[in-house]
Design a protein around this ligand. Structure first.
Ligand code: SF4
Length: 229
């Protein structure tokens, strides 16, 4: 199945309003350009909403400098208190300390050293980092190489891919990623619109293809969906 280009304006109309707000305090462009802060942001996003992630990151950045040297030496209690506004603070504080220690030890605190590696090698090297799996590695790679190459598969993308019938129930991460890349007509769009379409599709998965109550009757994909619910 290929998402028809003609559906994009309707997706824009329905989901554009949910697009992530410009946040003067949280400069996401700046965060995503720095590989370390980008990974920290992604670790904070694990198992929580984007609002909680933003709250946790802002609170962290107000309390401590977000760099591997500072975080590797941070007092766990202080770090955990800083992350409290986003929830799961103890486990995330532990994860960030472990991750920062690894970055200091293996990369002398400078992750940008590995960014020049060939892509596939870089991906595997990123996955050596504690707490970094396929999804987190792809978030970082997306900021370097764009969505067409490293489309991030999170729980919403996984769910919609299975319901649409793009993959089987037990498909592994890479198969789902491949199927979604084939489904979204990214190659027909200029680069700046590829991110927009990926985001709109994610918003459709989140708001219409809801985990508990999918709104199939009003869904713009309902004619092409296998509705494996
Ligand atoms: S038709 Fe239903 S199951 Fe299929 S994508 Fe839309 S909301 Fe999800």
């Amino acid at each position: 199945m290929k998402l028809p280009l003609e559906l994009i304006p309707e997706m824009e109309r329905r989901y554009g309003k949910y697009w992530w707000p410009e946040d003067s305090e949280l400069n996401y462009q700046k965060i995503s350009k720095n590989p370390f802060t980008n990974i920290v942001f992604t670790v904070l996003s694990q198992n929580t909403s984007s609002n909680n992630t933003r709250r946790a990151y802002l609170s962290l950045a107000r309390s401590l400098s977000v760099d591997p040297f500072t975080l590797s030496r941070a007092d766990p209690k202080r770090l955990s208190d800083a992350l409290r506004p986003g929830g799961l603070q103890n486990v995330k504080a532990r994860r960030l300390i472990e991750l920062s220690k690894f970055v200091v030890k293996e990369f002398e605190g400078d992750l940008s050293k590995i960014l020049g590696m060939p892509k596939e090698k870089l991906r595997e090297r990123l996955k050596d980092l504690p707490g970094v799996g396929d999804k987190t590695a792809d978030v970082l790679l997306t900021s370097l190489y764009g969505h067409r190459e490293y489309l991030v598969v999170d729980t919403h993308m996984m769910r919609i891919a299975k319901r649409l019938g793009l993959v089987g129930e037990n498909a592994p991460y890479h198969e789902i990623q491949r199927a979604l890349k084939n489904c979204l007509p990214l190659e027909l769009l200029p680069e700046e619109k590829q991110e927009r379409l990926t985001g709109l599709f994610w918003l459709l998965a989140k708001y219409t293809c809801d985990a508990k109550r999918p709104k199939c009757l009003e869904c713009i994909l309902n004619k092409m969906c296998e509705k494996r619910i």
